[in-house]
Ligand binder design. Structure first.
Ligand SMILES: CC(C)(COP(=O)(O)OP(=O)(O)OC[C@H]1O[C@@H](n2cnc3c(N)ncnc32)[C@H](O)[C@@H]1OP(=O)(O)O)[C@@H](O)C(=O)NCCC(=O)NCCS
Length: 374
């Protein structure tokens, strides 16, 4: 057995998956064999959610059944709604989401049933209810009345409706749908690996997703989309961007929304998201933000050869859609529940306890002295 330590499991292949493939050499990403760019242009988010969860694109009968099930499961309990209303208003929404998924586990009748059928039903309930809980906190913390979900609306339309009381024009909804498709799945990233690790002890899906949410919160992972927006807000206007970024690089600061563990020549999801970011900005007649984004991107590539990741264009897109900055990562959760659930079910289907080794580098063996002798 080799003693070499690969910090952060760098370059280590830990298992097989049939859910998605990241191909950094050719800058590609596929879900179940379909190029993610093609899915974005051809499908609605619900179709891709079905694909990720069930393994294939649905026909229209399968899709209608799936949509019906999702829509019928959107309501959260009165108990959960009251808990959300009473949560501290200053709570980070990701902490709220983490708690909410955990509470759903307390309420779910099938929590301890890990059969594939029960797991699929629970995945659907978590998928359908989490946006309702997120939107409830979005409004409750501002002292606004919580808006219940509407069955006639699509997944994305309904989320806008529950947050703002109205649905924006179809191009904005499409851009949101695209962001969800791009966020749905990404192989063995930190949160997915967390979910699989929790599952490997034969724990349940609510627990695994609760852990995954906690892991996604970090700024090196999902939390980066919020950090990108904080950075753009600090820079304020395009004229400040060049100086700000050069100063930050001189101080060896980490620039959020750039770099990736797997992609070295750029994140395969960025061109699609950037296209929709620019479309949204154009519709809303916003010029400053895309200009700032472009200046920073150009300098990062020129000076550091570090490319943007998906969080870089998605953050300002959500800002233009009027979501509060600390709700960007919860939106990521809404999409990634599909990927996490698929991985949890895949792990259950071919489980082996995940238990790596460590090399001990602490004190040599020591004699325990009596308390009065220490
Ligand atoms: C994503 C990330 C954690 C990948 O990290 P990693 O694979 O461990 O790579 P490293 O952190 O070792 O980076 C390698 C080098 O590039 C630099 N680098 C990587 N990302 C950078 C960034 N966003 N800004 C500035 N420098 C960066 C590192 O400082 C390091 O430089 P060094 O070799 O001189 O020390 C890292 O790029 C990062 O922190 N990015 C910002 C957070 C972010 O956007 N996360 C979302 C990811 S989808």
């Amino acid at each position: 057995m080799s003693d070499e330590i690969k910090k952060g499991l760098l370059g280590i292949v830990v298992d097989e998956t049939t859910i998605s493939q990241v191909m950094p050499d050719i800058n590609a990403l596929t879900y179940r064999g379909y190029a993610v760019q093609d899915l974005c242009e051809t499908c609605k988010f619900e179709e891709v959610a079905y694909l990720v969860l069930k393994g294939d694109l649905p026909n229209s009968i399968q899709l209608n059944k799936f949509k019906k099930e999702e829509r019928e499961n959107r309501n959260i309990t009165i108990n959960l709604r009251e808990i959300i209303k009473h949560m501290p208003k200053r709570s980070h929404p990701m902490d709220v989401v983490r708690t909410v998924v955990s509470v759903m586990g307390l309420e779910d009748k099938e929590t301890s049933d890990n059969s594939p059928e029960a797991n699929m039903r629970k995945a659907m309930r978590i998928f359908a209810k989490t946006p309702t809980a997120i939107a409830a906190f979005f409004r409750a913390r501002k002292g606004k009345k919580v808006i219940p979900p509407k069955k006639e609306l699509s997944f994305s339309e309904n989320f806008f409706y529950m947050c703002f009381g109205k649905v924006p024009r179809k191009e904005i909804v499409k851009a949101f749908d695209v962001s969800l498709i791009l966020y749905a799945e990404h192989s063995f990233n930190v949160s997915t690996f967390t979910a699989r690790t929790i599952t490997s002890s034969l724990s349940d899906i609510h627990g695994a997703i609760t852990g995954a949410v906690a892991s996604l919160k970090g700024p090196l992972h999902g939390g980066a989309n919020e950090e990108v927006m904080h950075m753009l807000k600090k820079i304020k206007k395009p004229e400040n961007a060049k100086k700000w970024i050069l100063d930050a690089l001189k101080k060896k600061k980490l620039i959020m929304g750039f770099g990736h563990r797997v992609y070295s020549k750029g994140d395969s999801r960025v061109p699609t998201m950037k296209k929709y970011y620019l479309k949204v900005a154009e519709i809303l007649k916003e010029k400053k933000l895309p200009k700032m984004s472009q200046i920073i991107e150009t300098i990062m590539i020129e000076k550091k050869n570090i490319h943007p990741n998906l969080d870089y264009p998605s953050g300002p897109t959500y800002h233009l859609m009027k979501f509060d900055t600390d709700f960007f990562t919860p939106i990521f959760v809404m999409a990634r529940i599909t990927g996490w659930s698929a991985h949890i079910m895949e792990q259950h289907a071919s489980n082996k306890l995940i238990r790596p080794l460590s090399k001990y580098s602490g004190e040599k063996h020591r004699k325990v002295m009596l308390l009065n002798q220490r």
